[in-house]
Design a protein around this ligand. Sequence first.
Ligand code: NDP
Ligand code: GDR
Length: 344
Amino acid sequence: MKKALVTGVTGQDGAYLARLLLNKNYEVYGAYRRSSSSNFWRMESLGVLEHPNLHLVEYDLTDAAASVRLVEDIEPDEIYNLAAQSFVGVSFDQPLATAHITGLGPVNLLEAIRIVNPKIRFYQASTSEMFGKALQSPQNEKTPFYPGNPYGAAKLYAHWMTVNYRDAYGIFAASGILFNHESPLRGMEFVTRKISDTVAKISLGKKGTLELGNMNARRDWGYAEEYVEGMWKMLQVEKPGSYVLATGRTHTVREFVNLAFRASGMEILWRGEGLDEEGFDRDTGKVRVRVNPKFYRPTEVDVLVGDASRAKKELGWDSHTGLEELCRMMVEADYRRHRDGLCF
Ligand code: NDP
Ligand code: GDR
């Protein structure tokens, strides 16, 4: 039985990856950081929290000595590093905490592998935010990086360290350059979940309007469950590499809003521009979407769209879920949660 260590197991991808590995008959060590309240709802909702092959271990990615001890104790075959301060918005207000966790943190694990057992395979959760303001579109593994925020810059450092440990020490260190991927388990602060959750509340009469920042931003949104399969595939090939995972399609935040309202049976029409832009319900005339500048970012990444040809060719990976289906899945899940009084 193979052993995998998954950091960030309490997050969206951590929960899906834990389930995938358990289904593949791995013994999974899910690393979570201590907090004053329990944060296991995602694993619980996927039905894996009580799985006999899932072992939860307390761990903070910023602790170098603890990283060595953890790897020594578990002796994993594979490590998936998903832990990060992952919210771009917060990275502007907490650039140093982001650098510490998201940038330096992965090096603690790389060093632990180097010290304890260089044969352990390592996956680093890299991101399309490393491309940021790149001039080339769509972006692939050869596109020059130009991160547009402290989060992207921190991830870029971790990406290059992953590549460096591969080149310098022959460690099987893979970097997955993943474009946005969403699901009903997405954190509430990210725009898709914020939209699906608020639209569900509006349709149940529990909220009046949805307030957003830049609705012209374009993202390449895929389905998280499919992306964690790509992570696993990256550690099963003969040689480690860096791979883009993306759908190859890009949509505006406004389009996602339209899809979400449509999924709940409402049609949104738009009027005004910039800060005065409003989306209103075609049937009742009520304003349902409003711009709030508090959600603007000091610098914005306007467009991201990925080219996953390499992953398709070398890993046999592809994305299958379209945005409309993904959005409907999220709105319906939030609708059920609010209707049944289960709010996450
Ligand atoms: P989440 O924000 O949902 O999860 C992040 C996880 O990291 C949480 O479990 C969090 O714990 C944990 N964490 C944060 N700080 C620490 C720390 N100091 N020590 C240990 N654990 C810590 O992110 P996702 O699941 O969406 O993403 C997974 C990874 O993939 C992240 O690294 C993210 O940056 C990256 N990524 C995500 C993409 C996406 O679209 N989802 C795209 C590209 C990359 P807690 O629950 O306690 O906060
Ligand atoms: P992103 O995701 O920054 O791409 O990072 P997010 O969903 O936060 O933003 C996407 C786009 O929507 C715009 N936007 C808003 N965003 C939020 N959160 N809230 C709003 O109200 C709002 N209004 C407009 C943003 O400006 C942005 O352009 C995600 C994270 O998962 C990262 O960890 C990951 O690396 C990248 O995706 C790929």
